[in-house]
Design a protein around this ligand. Structure first.
Ligand code: ADP
Length: 388
Protein backbone atom coordinates (compact mmCIF):
# COMPACT_ATOMS: atom_id res chain seq x y z
CA UNK A 1 0.00 0.00 0.00
CA UNK A 2 1.35 3.30 -0.91
CA UNK A 3 1.43 6.06 1.70
CA UNK A 4 -0.93 8.10 -0.56
CA UNK A 5 -3.61 5.45 -0.28
CA UNK A 6 -3.15 5.23 3.50
CA UNK A 7 -3.44 8.99 3.83
CA UNK A 8 -6.62 9.02 1.70
CA UNK A 9 -8.10 6.25 3.81
CA UNK A 10 -7.25 8.11 7.02
CA UNK A 11 -8.83 11.31 5.71
CA UNK A 12 -11.96 9.44 4.62
CA UNK A 13 -12.19 7.83 8.06
CA UNK A 14 -11.75 11.24 9.74
CA UNK A 15 -14.44 12.77 7.54
CA UNK A 16 -16.83 9.90 8.28
CA UNK A 17 -16.17 10.21 12.00
CA UNK A 18 -16.75 14.03 11.94
CA UNK A 19 -19.91 13.60 9.88
CA UNK A 20 -21.23 10.93 12.22
CA UNK A 21 -20.49 13.05 15.31
CA UNK A 22 -22.19 16.05 13.75
CA UNK A 23 -25.22 13.92 12.86
CA UNK A 24 -25.37 12.52 16.41
CA UNK A 25 -25.08 15.96 17.96
CA UNK A 26 -27.80 17.35 15.70
CA UNK A 27 -30.02 14.36 16.45
CA UNK A 28 -29.40 14.85 20.18
CA UNK A 29 -30.35 18.54 19.89
CA UNK A 30 -33.54 17.58 18.03
CA UNK A 31 -34.34 14.98 20.64
CA UNK A 32 -33.88 17.49 23.46
CA UNK A 33 -36.07 19.95 21.57
CA UNK A 34 -38.73 17.29 21.02
CA UNK A 35 -38.58 16.24 24.66
CA UNK A 36 -39.02 19.87 25.66
CA UNK A 37 -41.99 20.24 23.35
CA UNK A 38 -43.49 17.00 24.62
CA UNK A 39 -43.16 18.22 28.23
CA UNK A 40 -44.87 21.51 27.32
CA UNK A 41 -47.69 19.62 25.56
CA UNK A 42 -48.08 17.23 28.49
CA UNK A 43 -48.22 20.19 30.86
CA UNK A 44 -50.83 21.90 28.74
CA UNK A 45 -52.97 18.81 28.47
CA UNK A 46 -52.72 18.25 32.26
CA UNK A 47 -53.68 21.86 32.83
CA UNK A 48 -56.64 21.54 30.43
CA UNK A 49 -57.70 18.33 32.18
CA UNK A 50 -57.54 20.05 35.61
CA UNK A 51 -59.56 22.96 34.27
CA UNK A 52 -62.18 20.61 32.80
CA UNK A 53 -62.39 18.65 36.05
CA UNK A 54 -62.75 21.83 38.11
CA UNK A 55 -65.44 23.06 35.70
CA UNK A 56 -67.37 19.81 35.81
CA UNK A 57 -67.06 19.42 39.60
CA UNK A 58 -68.14 22.99 40.31
CA UNK A 59 -71.07 22.80 37.91
CA UNK A 60 -74.53 22.64 39.45
CA UNK A 61 -75.65 20.59 36.47
CA UNK A 62 -75.26 16.81 36.49
CA UNK A 63 -72.73 15.70 33.87
CA UNK A 64 -72.44 12.08 32.71
CA UNK A 65 -70.24 10.68 29.93
CA UNK A 66 -71.67 7.59 28.23
CA UNK A 67 -70.02 5.21 25.80
CA UNK A 68 -71.64 3.91 22.61
CA UNK A 69 -73.35 1.09 24.55
CA UNK A 70 -74.96 3.52 26.97
CA UNK A 71 -72.62 2.58 29.84
CA UNK A 72 -71.42 5.29 32.22
CA UNK A 73 -67.77 6.25 31.69
CA UNK A 74 -67.52 9.32 33.90
CA UNK A 75 -69.80 11.25 36.23
CA UNK A 76 -69.51 14.52 38.17
CA UNK A 77 -70.54 15.21 41.79
CA UNK A 78 -73.77 17.00 40.84
CA UNK A 79 -74.91 13.92 38.90
CA UNK A 80 -74.09 11.67 41.88
CA UNK A 81 -76.26 13.91 44.05
CA UNK A 82 -78.99 14.06 41.41
CA UNK A 83 -79.38 10.29 41.46
CA UNK A 84 -78.28 9.74 45.08
CA UNK A 85 -75.79 7.08 43.96
CA UNK A 86 -72.08 6.48 44.53
CA UNK A 87 -69.89 6.65 41.39
CA UNK A 88 -68.84 3.01 41.89
CA UNK A 89 -72.43 1.86 41.44
CA UNK A 90 -72.70 3.83 38.20
CA UNK A 91 -69.39 3.71 36.34
CA UNK A 92 -69.36 0.76 33.95
CA UNK A 93 -73.11 0.23 34.42
CA UNK A 94 -76.01 1.09 32.18
CA UNK A 95 -77.22 4.66 32.69
CA UNK A 96 -80.82 3.45 32.97
CA UNK A 97 -79.95 2.04 36.43
CA UNK A 98 -79.67 5.59 37.68
CA UNK A 99 -82.56 7.18 35.81
CA UNK A 100 -84.97 4.24 35.54
CA UNK A 101 -86.19 6.10 32.48
CA UNK A 102 -86.51 4.23 29.21
CA UNK A 103 -87.16 7.44 27.32
CA UNK A 104 -83.98 9.08 28.60
CA UNK A 105 -81.95 5.97 27.77
CA UNK A 106 -83.33 5.86 24.22
CA UNK A 107 -82.64 9.57 23.81
CA UNK A 108 -79.01 9.07 24.92
CA UNK A 109 -78.42 6.07 22.65
CA UNK A 110 -80.04 7.74 19.64
CA UNK A 111 -77.59 10.65 19.94
CA UNK A 112 -74.51 8.44 19.53
CA UNK A 113 -72.90 9.08 16.16
CA UNK A 114 -75.00 12.21 15.56
CA UNK A 115 -73.39 15.60 14.96
CA UNK A 116 -75.65 18.08 16.71
CA UNK A 117 -76.38 18.52 20.43
CA UNK A 118 -80.04 17.95 21.34
CA UNK A 119 -82.15 19.00 24.32
CA UNK A 120 -85.31 17.56 25.87
CA UNK A 121 -87.14 17.49 29.22
CA UNK A 122 -87.64 14.10 30.92
CA UNK A 123 -89.87 13.27 33.85
CA UNK A 124 -88.25 10.52 35.91
CA UNK A 125 -90.50 7.66 36.97
CA UNK A 126 -91.14 7.22 40.69
CA UNK A 127 -92.66 9.22 43.50
CA UNK A 128 -90.31 12.20 43.20
CA UNK A 129 -91.54 12.93 39.66
CA UNK A 130 -88.42 15.01 39.05
CA UNK A 131 -88.03 16.70 35.69
CA UNK A 132 -84.57 16.85 34.12
CA UNK A 133 -83.77 19.27 31.30
CA UNK A 134 -81.22 17.14 29.42
CA UNK A 135 -78.82 18.25 26.70
CA UNK A 136 -76.68 15.68 24.94
CA UNK A 137 -73.39 16.49 23.20
CA UNK A 138 -72.16 13.61 21.00
CA UNK A 139 -68.40 13.19 20.38
CA UNK A 140 -67.27 11.14 17.35
CA UNK A 141 -64.25 10.01 19.38
CA UNK A 142 -64.05 9.94 23.15
CA UNK A 143 -61.16 9.06 25.48
CA UNK A 144 -61.48 5.39 24.56
CA UNK A 145 -61.21 6.22 20.82
CA UNK A 146 -64.87 5.23 20.47
CA UNK A 147 -67.87 7.50 20.07
CA UNK A 148 -69.06 8.91 23.41
CA UNK A 149 -71.64 11.43 24.47
CA UNK A 150 -71.89 13.93 27.29
CA UNK A 151 -75.24 14.40 29.01
CA UNK A 152 -75.78 17.65 30.90
CA UNK A 153 -78.80 17.48 33.20
CA UNK A 154 -80.48 20.27 35.17
CA UNK A 155 -83.25 19.55 37.68
CA UNK A 156 -86.06 21.91 36.64
CA UNK A 157 -88.80 20.40 38.84
CA UNK A 158 -89.14 23.55 40.98
CA UNK A 159 -88.99 25.80 37.94
CA UNK A 160 -91.81 23.84 36.28
CA UNK A 161 -93.85 23.99 39.49
CA UNK A 162 -93.41 27.78 39.64
CA UNK A 163 -94.31 28.04 35.96
CA UNK A 164 -97.53 26.08 36.57
CA UNK A 165 -98.33 28.22 39.62
CA UNK A 166 -97.79 31.39 37.62
CA UNK A 167 -100.00 30.12 34.79
CA UNK A 168 -102.75 29.06 37.23
CA UNK A 169 -102.52 32.41 38.97
CA UNK A 170 -102.94 34.37 35.73
CA UNK A 171 -105.89 32.14 34.75
CA UNK A 172 -107.46 32.64 38.20
CA UNK A 173 -106.99 36.40 38.14
CA UNK A 174 -108.60 36.73 34.72
CA UNK A 175 -111.48 34.51 35.81
CA UNK A 176 -111.98 36.54 39.02
CA UNK A 177 -111.95 39.79 37.06
CA UNK A 178 -114.18 38.52 34.28
CA UNK A 179 -117.03 37.47 36.60
CA UNK A 180 -117.85 40.97 37.94
CA UNK A 181 -117.09 42.54 34.55
CA UNK A 182 -119.56 40.22 32.78
CA UNK A 183 -122.17 41.04 35.38
CA UNK A 184 -121.58 44.81 35.04
CA UNK A 185 -121.82 44.60 31.28
CA UNK A 186 -125.01 42.53 31.32
CA UNK A 187 -126.70 44.97 33.76
CA UNK A 188 -125.64 48.00 31.70
CA UNK A 189 -126.97 46.39 28.48
CA UNK A 190 -130.28 45.56 30.12
CA UNK A 191 -130.55 49.18 31.26
CA UNK A 192 -129.78 50.32 27.70
CA UNK A 193 -132.43 47.98 26.33
CA UNK A 194 -135.15 49.74 28.27
CA UNK A 195 -134.86 48.72 31.93
CA UNK A 196 -133.74 52.31 32.59
CA UNK A 197 -137.36 53.43 32.28
CA UNK A 198 -138.50 51.20 35.12
CA UNK A 199 -137.06 53.06 38.09
CA UNK A 200 -137.39 50.20 40.58
CA UNK A 201 -135.64 47.69 38.28
CA UNK A 202 -133.04 50.28 37.25
CA UNK A 203 -132.14 51.05 40.88
CA UNK A 204 -131.66 47.32 41.54
CA UNK A 205 -129.37 46.95 38.54
CA UNK A 206 -127.40 50.06 39.46
CA UNK A 207 -126.90 48.76 43.00
CA UNK A 208 -125.49 45.51 41.57
CA UNK A 209 -123.20 47.46 39.22
CA UNK A 210 -121.83 49.43 42.18
CA UNK A 211 -121.39 46.21 44.21
CA UNK A 212 -119.51 44.48 41.37
CA UNK A 213 -117.34 47.55 40.74
CA UNK A 214 -116.43 47.57 44.46
CA UNK A 215 -115.54 43.91 44.15
CA UNK A 216 -113.21 44.66 41.24
CA UNK A 217 -111.58 47.40 43.30
CA UNK A 218 -111.09 45.02 46.28
CA UNK A 219 -109.53 42.35 44.04
CA UNK A 220 -107.09 44.80 42.47
CA UNK A 221 -106.24 46.24 45.91
CA UNK A 222 -105.58 42.76 47.34
CA UNK A 223 -103.48 41.84 44.29
CA UNK A 224 -101.35 44.93 44.83
CA UNK A 225 -100.91 44.14 48.54
CA UNK A 226 -99.92 40.56 47.64
CA UNK A 227 -97.46 41.68 44.93
CA UNK A 228 -95.93 44.15 47.38
CA UNK A 229 -95.55 41.55 50.12
CA UNK A 230 -93.95 39.11 47.69
CA UNK A 231 -91.55 41.44 45.94
CA UNK A 232 -90.10 43.62 48.70
CA UNK A 233 -88.43 42.92 52.01
CA UNK A 234 -90.56 44.40 54.82
CA UNK A 235 -89.64 47.92 55.92
CA UNK A 236 -89.28 47.25 59.60
CA UNK A 237 -89.92 49.71 62.39
CA UNK A 238 -90.18 49.03 66.11
CA UNK A 239 -93.73 49.35 67.35
CA UNK A 240 -96.09 48.11 70.05
CA UNK A 241 -98.15 45.20 68.66
CA UNK A 242 -100.57 45.27 71.62
CA UNK A 243 -101.35 48.90 70.94
CA UNK A 244 -101.86 48.25 67.21
CA UNK A 245 -104.16 45.24 67.83
CA UNK A 246 -106.24 47.33 70.26
CA UNK A 247 -106.59 50.10 67.68
CA UNK A 248 -107.49 47.78 64.76
CA UNK A 249 -110.01 45.85 66.88
CA UNK A 250 -111.73 49.12 67.74
CA UNK A 251 -112.34 49.71 64.02
CA UNK A 252 -114.30 46.43 63.83
CA UNK A 253 -116.62 47.22 66.77
CA UNK A 254 -119.53 48.48 64.68
CA UNK A 255 -119.18 45.72 62.05
CA UNK A 256 -119.19 42.99 64.70
CA UNK A 257 -122.13 44.61 66.51
CA UNK A 258 -124.07 44.68 63.21
CA UNK A 259 -123.32 40.99 62.66
CA UNK A 260 -124.31 40.16 66.23
CA UNK A 261 -120.85 38.79 67.02
CA UNK A 262 -119.08 39.70 70.26
CA UNK A 263 -115.49 40.92 69.97
CA UNK A 264 -113.12 40.43 72.92
CA UNK A 265 -109.41 41.01 73.39
CA UNK A 266 -106.88 39.60 75.81
CA UNK A 267 -103.82 41.78 75.59
CA UNK A 268 -100.64 41.96 77.67
CA UNK A 269 -98.65 45.14 78.33
CA UNK A 270 -96.59 46.77 75.57
CA UNK A 271 -95.21 44.12 73.17
CA UNK A 272 -92.63 45.64 70.87
CA UNK A 273 -91.74 43.95 67.61
CA UNK A 274 -89.64 44.99 64.67
CA UNK A 275 -91.84 44.69 61.58
CA UNK A 276 -93.66 46.59 58.88
CA UNK A 277 -96.50 48.26 60.78
CA UNK A 278 -98.71 48.59 57.68
CA UNK A 279 -98.30 44.94 56.76
CA UNK A 280 -98.93 43.72 60.31
CA UNK A 281 -102.05 45.85 60.40
CA UNK A 282 -103.14 44.09 57.20
CA UNK A 283 -102.59 40.70 58.88
CA UNK A 284 -104.78 41.66 61.85
CA UNK A 285 -107.46 43.18 59.58
CA UNK A 286 -107.65 40.06 57.37
CA UNK A 287 -107.82 37.61 60.29
CA UNK A 288 -110.34 39.60 62.34
CA UNK A 289 -112.58 40.37 59.35
CA UNK A 290 -112.59 36.66 58.39
CA UNK A 291 -113.41 35.65 61.97
CA UNK A 292 -116.42 38.01 61.99
CA UNK A 293 -117.44 37.09 58.42
CA UNK A 294 -117.48 33.34 59.07
CA UNK A 295 -119.19 33.49 62.49
CA UNK A 296 -122.96 33.48 62.77
CA UNK A 297 -125.04 35.82 64.91
CA UNK A 298 -124.58 35.13 68.60
CA UNK A 299 -121.02 33.85 68.15
CA UNK A 300 -117.77 35.15 69.65
CA UNK A 301 -114.47 36.35 68.26
CA UNK A 302 -111.44 36.91 70.46
CA UNK A 303 -107.96 38.26 69.80
CA UNK A 304 -105.15 37.37 72.11
CA UNK A 305 -101.53 38.54 72.13
CA UNK A 306 -98.88 36.70 74.16
CA UNK A 307 -95.25 37.67 74.64
CA UNK A 308 -92.22 36.34 76.45
CA UNK A 309 -89.30 34.44 74.94
CA UNK A 310 -87.98 34.83 71.42
CA UNK A 311 -91.44 34.72 69.79
CA UNK A 312 -94.53 36.89 70.07
CA UNK A 313 -97.84 35.29 69.19
CA UNK A 314 -101.22 36.57 68.20
CA UNK A 315 -104.25 34.26 68.06
CA UNK A 316 -107.58 35.15 66.46
CA UNK A 317 -110.26 32.63 67.37
CA UNK A 318 -113.93 32.39 66.61
CA UNK A 319 -116.90 30.16 67.31
CA UNK A 320 -117.93 30.26 63.64
CA UNK A 321 -118.59 27.78 60.86
CA UNK A 322 -115.16 26.17 61.10
CA UNK A 323 -113.24 24.49 58.28
CA UNK A 324 -113.27 20.81 57.35
CA UNK A 325 -109.94 18.98 57.75
CA UNK A 326 -109.65 18.29 54.01
CA UNK A 327 -109.86 22.02 53.21
CA UNK A 328 -107.34 23.13 55.86
CA UNK A 329 -104.17 22.55 53.78
CA UNK A 330 -105.56 24.64 50.90
CA UNK A 331 -107.02 27.74 52.56
CA UNK A 332 -103.76 29.71 52.29
CA UNK A 333 -103.68 29.25 48.49
CA UNK A 334 -104.55 32.25 46.39
CA UNK A 335 -108.26 32.37 45.47
CA UNK A 336 -109.07 29.17 47.36
CA UNK A 337 -112.40 29.39 49.16
CA UNK A 338 -114.22 26.60 50.93
CA UNK A 339 -117.59 28.08 50.05
CA UNK A 340 -117.29 30.36 47.01
CA UNK A 341 -120.81 31.73 47.26
CA UNK A 342 -120.50 32.62 50.94
CA UNK A 343 -117.11 34.26 50.41
CA UNK A 344 -118.42 36.32 47.46
CA UNK A 345 -121.57 37.31 49.28
CA UNK A 346 -119.55 38.63 52.19
CA UNK A 347 -117.20 40.56 49.90
CA UNK A 348 -114.27 38.11 50.07
CA UNK A 349 -111.62 38.00 47.36
CA UNK A 350 -110.07 34.65 48.29
CA UNK A 351 -106.72 36.41 48.76
CA UNK A 352 -106.91 37.39 52.45
CA UNK A 353 -105.16 34.36 53.94
CA UNK A 354 -102.47 34.16 51.26
CA UNK A 355 -101.66 37.81 52.03
CA UNK A 356 -101.43 36.89 55.75
CA UNK A 357 -99.12 33.94 55.03
CA UNK A 358 -96.87 35.92 52.71
CA UNK A 359 -96.46 38.83 55.10
CA UNK A 360 -95.87 36.66 58.18
CA UNK A 361 -93.31 34.46 56.42
CA UNK A 362 -91.49 37.49 54.97
CA UNK A 363 -91.04 38.57 58.62
CA UNK A 364 -89.53 35.20 59.55
CA UNK A 365 -92.75 34.11 61.29
CA UNK A 366 -95.30 31.35 60.91
CA UNK A 367 -99.08 31.13 60.67
CA UNK A 368 -101.00 28.06 61.86
CA UNK A 369 -104.66 27.14 61.89
CA UNK A 370 -106.69 24.80 64.04
CA UNK A 371 -110.32 24.35 63.18
CA UNK A 372 -113.31 22.16 63.76
CA UNK A 373 -116.20 22.12 61.33
CA UNK A 374 -119.25 23.89 62.77
CA UNK A 375 -117.41 24.75 66.01
CA UNK A 376 -114.89 27.43 65.11
CA UNK A 377 -111.36 28.24 64.08
CA UNK A 378 -108.20 29.65 65.59
CA UNK A 379 -105.46 31.28 63.48
CA UNK A 380 -102.15 31.79 65.31
CA UNK A 381 -99.39 34.03 64.04
CA UNK A 382 -95.92 33.72 65.63
CA UNK A 383 -93.30 36.38 64.99
CA UNK A 384 -89.74 36.83 66.19
CA UNK A 385 -89.78 39.43 68.96
CA UNK A 386 -86.22 40.46 68.23
CA UNK A 387 -85.36 39.59 71.87
CA UNK A 388 -82.98 36.70 72.64
P1 ADP B 1 -111.96 35.12 51.52
O1 ADP B 1 -111.81 36.44 50.90
O2 ADP B 1 -112.78 34.17 50.73
O3 ADP B 1 -112.34 35.19 52.95
P2 ADP B 1 -109.41 34.18 52.51
O4 ADP B 1 -108.15 33.94 51.78
O5 ADP B 1 -109.39 35.18 53.59
O6 ADP B 1 -110.48 34.49 51.42
O7 ADP B 1 -109.87 32.79 53.13
C1 ADP B 1 -109.90 31.65 52.31
C2 ADP B 1 -111.05 30.73 52.73
O8 ADP B 1 -110.76 30.18 54.02
C3 ADP B 1 -112.37 31.43 52.91
O9 ADP B 1 -113.06 31.53 51.68
C4 ADP B 1 -113.07 30.54 53.89
O10 ADP B 1 -113.65 29.44 53.21
C5 ADP B 1 -111.94 30.01 54.75
N1 ADP B 1 -111.81 30.79 56.04
C6 ADP B 1 -110.94 31.77 56.29
N2 ADP B 1 -111.08 32.21 57.56
C7 ADP B 1 -112.05 31.47 58.11
C8 ADP B 1 -112.65 31.42 59.41
N3 ADP B 1 -112.27 32.24 60.41
N4 ADP B 1 -113.63 30.51 59.62
C9 ADP B 1 -114.02 29.67 58.63
N5 ADP B 1 -113.50 29.65 57.40
C10 ADP B 1 -112.52 30.54 57.13
Amino acid sequence: MSWVFVAALAMAALWLFTALRAARESHGRELTLLRGQQAVLQNRSLHAEHKLKALSESSGAGIVILNAKGLVVQINRAAEQLFGLEPESLIGHSFIQATLSNNLQEFALAAIGQQQPRSEDFKLPGASGRILRTTIFPFAQGLSDEPESMLVMVDITELKKLETMRRDFVANVSHELRTPLTSIRAMAETLQDGALHDEKVAMGFLATIVKEADRLARISEDLLILADAESKAPERVRFDLTDMVREVTARFRSESAESGVSLATELPGPTFISASRDQMEQVVINLVSNAIKYTSRGGNVSIEVANGGPMVSMAVSDTGIGIMQEDLPRIFERFYRVDKARSRQSGGTGLGLSIVKNIVEAHGGEVRVASEFNRGSCFTVSLPSGKE
